[in-house]
Design a protein around this ligand. Structure first.
Ligand code: ZN
Ligand code: ZN
Ligand code: ZN
Length: 662
């Protein structure tokens, strides 16, 4: 349904819109009442009843219809913007208030009661605009239903309240952006809780600061239900989100709150405070051992180094005397904000993000700007906030050289924990590079193991030699160190050992790890870990059949790039086969692409010679037929491999996302 055009887009003139789509509205306007008797307005397929009441005027340009949800009408002359849509009955009434054209419907979230009339809006060519992270629950609702687990149910979130049929989406409400329409500017805030992708729209209407909050709050001190606030089995995760979102809403200081259920209420401050208080009480009563994200606080490790360790990954702010900061990592607001977001993210989206910690750094630690952000490694839990920093705080991103392409072209790779949004890199460093930022000196080294794409960063801060080690290792609590091993992250037999040797060599005083609090470095503990990592390396050789054991550690030694190809139907796209040869001899490799019936790949057989312990790549071109089936927008591809006369079969693969012109 990608080809949907907005009513004022190309191909649909205003005249045609009024003639074809808005005729019912014009008639209603002329009659000054509901559409003529005997000619019921076309209803949505999913709508069987009519709400009893009519429009209520809240202020000069703001109206409310109590439908399956509250439908708000924002008026600008004879045009209107609708916030949520319910059954769509509102279209029958707009003529009464002199509205002849609806420019768009903005949805606060994807629940059926908010949008069950949307197919009528689509038929009348009214653009439907939805929260960015719930887009797939509108335009791809049918796919959601095909894939939603019902047996063995532990993700108990009531996303079962999703539409039963696809709805065309004309645009998205992107978190922290502004939606401009006529004289109105609505700020879009992510307000997870009732649903994870919910947004609240805040802006001036008729001289008042109004917040359209969906189902974040029902009425002063009340939510519409508690079951929407549980995502994972037995948890209080959604309560944590709601408290966070209500706290942010309160900081906005709205003068009128317009909820999706319940009545609009003025001077909302005490009602929001009351709800936060009650939800905090419920949270503490039900899960006394848990902490709320909103209570996370950074602390100063040294005067210039501030750590946030309760965020999902630890985030470090090195704050110069000038007030500029260099961040090492900036991920999700808490573990809860990371893990549940991932579960609720579609395969084409990136996980959601809410801004956190910056206020506390400004208020308590003299932060004026986030000048630079550096990822310790390429994992989403460590850099989920980077695109937000770039977009809204003008932050530059610097990183270790081998992360550049992973971050700029995330579709290229199939590695653990890739953030599904490209991040533009402003500066890259090589192994051993030194650099200066403000009054601080740094040295960067490659630090593989946890992932090939990780650095260790050393700096002397307030007299202490600090090592930012990412996820190379973590304190166990009993003084010893632990590490982890994820084969999908590109691990070779000596990766971990290389990393610990580099860190030992530079004798840090303080280790700032990727998870948990910074700790004083103890050489004996580091040596203890080194011994275990050398032992680990012996196991690799012992247990893996191939004497070049890296073939048994790295599933991507032969791989397709990009892993997630994107191409238009009727076009050709370039695909690369990339190989690392772990043998001590040259490797002769033949590869043929396996594509869906009707697709063409060239050359038929690609021949490569890869030098010992070296890398090589070769190119394919893949042609996608013009008339490719729209019901198959994503397909799998594979590469059939013969290496040194041995037939290995289809050991490499990727996917192709086919794009269709309207
Ligand atoms: Zn709802
Ligand atoms: Zn991590
Ligand atoms: Zn990691």
């Amino acid at each position: 349904m990608k080809g949907y055009k907005a009513s004022d887009g190309p191909g649909v003139t205003r005249r045609a819109f009024l003639k074809n789509a808005g005729a019912g509205l014009v008639a209603a306007e002329l009659a000054g009442a509901s559409p003529a008797k005997g000619k019921p307005a076309p209803a949505s397929a999913g709508v069987h009843f009519t709400p009893p009441g009519g429009l209520t005027q809240l202020s000069s340009n703001l109206y409310l219809l109590r439908d399956t949800c509250n439908v708000y009408v924002l008026k600008d002359g004879n045009r209107a913007l609708l916030i949520d849509f319910g059954s769509g009955h509102v279209l029958n009434l707009l003529g009464q208030i002199g509205v002849s054209r609806v420019d768009a419907i903005l949805h606060t979230h994807h629940h059926r009661d908010q949008c069950q009339g949307d197919s009528r809006a689509a038929a009348e060519r009214i653009p439907i605009v939805v929260p960015e992270h719930e887009r797939y629950l509108f335009e791809d609702a049918e796919n959601f239903w095909r894939n939603r687990r019902i047996f063995e149910l532990y993700y108990v979130k009531n996303d079962f309240f999703t539409m039963t049929q696809n709805v065309p989406v004309a645009g998205v409400l992107r978190d922290y952006d502004t939606y401009r329409w006529g004289p109105y500017e609505l700020m879009i805030y992510p307000t997870p809780g009732h649903t994870l992708g919910s947004v609240s729209l805040v802006g001036a209407v008729d001289g008042k600061k109004v917040a359209f909050t969906g189902d974040l709050i029902h009425s002063p001190g009340k939510v519409v239900n508690l079951f929407e606030l549980q995502y994972n089995y037995g948890s209080t995760d959604g309560v944590d989100y709601a408290v966070f979102s209500l706290t942010r809403l309160q900081e906005q200081g709205p003068e009128l709150v317009c909820p999706s259920h319940g009545e609009p209420f003025s001077q909302p401050e005490p009602g929001i405070t009351d709800l936060i208080h009650k939800l905090k009480g419920w949270y503490a009563a039900y899960a006394p051992e848990s902490t709320l994200t909103v209570d996370n606080k950074p602390y100063a490790v040294t005067p210039h180094l501030v750590a946030s360790y309760q965020t999902t990954s630890s985030s470090y702010a090195l704050i110069s005397d000038s007030g500029k900061a260099l961040f090492v990592d900036y991920g999700s607001a808490s573990g809860n904000f990371c893990s549940t977001y991932i579960a609720a993210t579609s395969v084409h989206d990136r996980m959601g993000f809410v801004e956190h910690t910056l206020d506390a750094l400004r208020a308590g630690y003299g932060l004026k700007s986030v000048d630079v952000a550096m990822p310790s490694h390429m994992h989403d839990d460590h850099l989920n906030g980077f695109p937000h920093l770039v977009r809204h705080h003008g932050t530059r991103v610097w990183c270790y050289e081998n992360m550049v392409d992973v971050l700029q072209n995330p579709r290229g790779y199939n590695l653990g924990c890739i953030l599904g949004e490209p991040i533009k890199i402003d500066r890259a460093f090589r192994n051993g590079d030194t650099f200066r930022w403000e009054e601080f000196e740094f040295q960067v080294f490659h630090s593989p193991g946890h992932t090939e794409y990780q650095m260790v960063l050393f700096s002397t801060i307030d007299g202490a030699r600090v090592a930012f080690t990412g996820d190379a290792f973590f304190p166990r609590g009993d003084g010893t160190l632990r590490h982890n091993l994820i084969f999908r992250n590109w691990v070779e037999n000596d990766s971990h050992v290389k990393s610990i040797r580099t860190i030992l060599e530079h004798e840090p005083n303080i280790v700032a790890p990727g998870h948990g609090k910074p700790f004083l470095s103890n050489k004996a503990d580091l040596e203890g870990l080194k011994a275990r990592l050398e032992d680990q390396q012996k196991y690799f050789f012992d247990v893996i059949a191939d004497r070049d054991c890296d073939f048994g550690l790295n599933p991507s030694w032969v791989r397709l790039y990009p892993y997630q190809l994107q191409a238009k139907a009727g076009s050709s796209a370039a695909l690369e086969l990339r190989v690392r040869n772990y043998r001590s001899n040259p490797m002769h490799l033949q590869a043929a692409l396996v594509v869906p019936a009707g697709w063409k790949a060239a050359p038929e057989v690609l021949e490569l010679t890869v030098s010992p312990k070296g890398d090589a790549s070769g190119g394919f071109s893949v042609a996608i037929p013009e008339n490719w089936d729209r019901a198959k927008p994503r397909v799998a591809l594979a590469a059939d491999i013969m290496a040194d006369g041995q037939y290995l079969g289809q050991i490499a693969e990727g996917v192709a996302d086919v794009q269709f012109s309207s």
